[in-house]
Design a protein around this ligand. Structure first.
Ligand code: ATP
Ligand code: MG
Length: 490
């Protein structure tokens, strides 16, 4: 690992403030102990609980309960350049005094080259410190290190229980794959849990590890793991989209794409509201048997400059860790609505486009949008997505299937209904509106103590003005626009 070297470069380059986001304080401390020896610089640590303590030699006499600003004052006064680990100082970073003191130590760097290392599980950085600070990521354990960790944990368990841990090479391999992307500490904890109960490492333990990993990777609401995926059989129509996906499934899942074929990277689904875009996005995960990660663009926005793109980059990195997986960005236009040059949406778009162009991971992007006006043209340029599909209002035969699906879902036998008639009467309805009509009819029937019939639904349809009528102009425009730039999904 080149962590030590990398840190040395950052510090030598004259960066006064280093930010490390981690829970592994012990690892940070160990790393800096080595660095302190190497650079011949004193090493200190501060936390609100212990105050400022020198670590590289036993001096004793810590000043307990010393506040952040006070400790920074002492650092400022120290004549010899030192390395200072400041644990959890982010709680005080909004305090003007602390912030000012951090800034002054940083700006004084050319006189006394102190290095302040801010360590916390999550660190936002206010604009005052931006030009003074650099981020450093602790590297994650490699395959070999994880294998060794499993070995060590197995040996330890074996010694305690006087028998050896049993595991097949296949399970160990799968376990390593699932632990990639986690910190050493988290990986160790999961390995222990998996071995602990019975001294066996089995397929069954893998499920637990996967679940735990999803929880560990939870990124404060930006990225979420969706349990709810759909099968193609629950999606009516969209035949062209389905066969496009079917044709690419094997290539996406294979370790090496066959010669001449690029692994599929992603699609954009455009279309009318309620046409089943979100549903189709979920069904990609179901059809390909992959985990579905949902990226919430709205939750990305952060008050500090530059943090928003970093949130996005972090989320994309996490998605890579879960690969192969489907990354779903619903209503992508909402997070990209054009704002001033240089505003956060522009920078988000830049970050996203770079990722789309450069990524090598097996992360298949499914984005949806229904407002083409606010979609940045850069996103639609050839080569960004493998294909842009247009989800139009369903035609009669598809509508019949939508009725069938939603009747079945509500324990009604579709055979008892005139699906043909219902399909005729629901001209201009979206899938969502058809579902709504079925639900409303069920309520009516229930209120009257009757069982649901074709008539109930037909009455409901007759009483509904579908969106396509209310927004006829908008839909016509959307269609004309889509005709030139997209492929029909059905
Ligand atoms: N083709 C379809 N087959 C089966 N059900 C459908 C279909 N289209 C829509 N529905 C039903 O309508 C619901 C809403 O559709 P969905 O949210 O996927 O539409 P959308 O295109 O994402 O709409 P919006 O633009 O409002 O987000 C779905 O959950 C599903 O129950
Ligand atoms: Mg939707």
């Amino acid at each position: 690992m080149n962590e030590l070297k990398d840190l040395e470069i950052i510090i030598d380059s004259g960066t006064p403030i280093v930010l490390i986001e981690t829970n592994e304080e012990g690892r940070v401390e160990a790393l800096f102990r080595r660095l302190s020896t190497r650079l011949g610089r004193p090493l200190f640590r501060w936390s609100i609980a212990t105050g400022l303590i020198r670590l590289d030699m036993p001096t004793g006499g810590a000043t307990k309960g010393q506040g952040a600003a006070e400790a920074l004052g002492r650092i400022m006064a120290a004549p010899e350049p030192g390395l200072y680990l400041l644990f959890d100082i982010h709680h005080w970073i909004d305090d003007p005094l602390t912030l000012r003191a951090l800034r002054e130590v940083g700006q004084n760097h050319n006189r006394v080259a102190h290095t302040l290392v801010l360590v916390a599980p999550e660190l936002g950085i206010p604009p005052e410190l931006r030009s003074l600070a650099a981020r450093f990521d602790l590297s994650l354990p490699s395959r070999e290190q994880l294998e060794q960790l499993i070995q060590e944990e197995s040996t330890a368990w074996g010694q305690r229980n006087r028998k050896s841990v049993k595991a097949s090479a296949k399970v160990i391999d799968a376990l390593i794959r699932n632990l990639l992307g986690l910190s050493l500490l988290d990986a160790q904890r999961l390995i222990r849990t998996a071995i602990h109960d019975d001294g066996l490492l089995t397929e069954g333990d893998l499920d637990g590890v996967k679940q735990a990993k999803y929880r560990l990777l939870d990124l404060g609401g930006v990225l979420s793991y969706e349990m709810d995926t759909t099968r193609f059989s629950e999606v009516a129509g969209l035949e062209r989209l389905k066969s496009w996906l079917e044709a690419r499934r094997a290539v996406f899942l294979s370790d090496a794409a066959p010669a001449g074929l690029d692994a599929p990277k992603g699609i954009l689904l455009l279309g009318v509201q309620g046409g089943g875009k979100s549903l189709a996005a979920k069904s990609v995960a179901g059809a390909w048997g992959l985990p579905l990660l949902r990226l919430d663009f709205g939750a990305l926005y952060n008050k500090y400059y530059g943090e928003t793109e970093r949130n996005l980059r972090e989320s994309l990195k996490t998605a890579a860790v879960m690969a192969p997986c489907i990354l779903w960005i619903d209503e992508i236009e909402k997070g990209l609505a054009t704002d001033d040059e240089g505003g956060p949406s522009k920078r988000i778009l830049g970050t996203l486009l770079t990722w789309m162009a450069e990524r090598k991971d097996k992360v298949f992007l499914v984005a949806t949008a229904n407002d083409i006006e606010s979609l940045p043209p850069e996103l639609l340029r050839k080569g960004r997505f493998d294909e842009i599909f247009f989800v139009d209002l369903p035609k009669a035969p598809v509508r019949a299937v939508v009725f069938e699906i939603h009747l079945k879902k509500r324990s009604q036998d579709p055979k008892g209904f005139d699906l043909q008639l219902l399909a005729e009467k629901s001209e201009g309805f979206t899938g969502a509106e058809i579902e709504q009509a079925v639900v409303a009819a069920l309520y009516t029937a229930h209120a009257r103590g009757e069982s649901l019939t074709t008539d109930h639904i037909a009455t409901e349809l007759a009483n509904t003005r579908p969106l396509s009528v209310l927004m006829a102009e908008k839909i016509a425009y959307l269609r004309a626009w889509a005709a030139e730039r997209t492929v029909p999904a059905d």
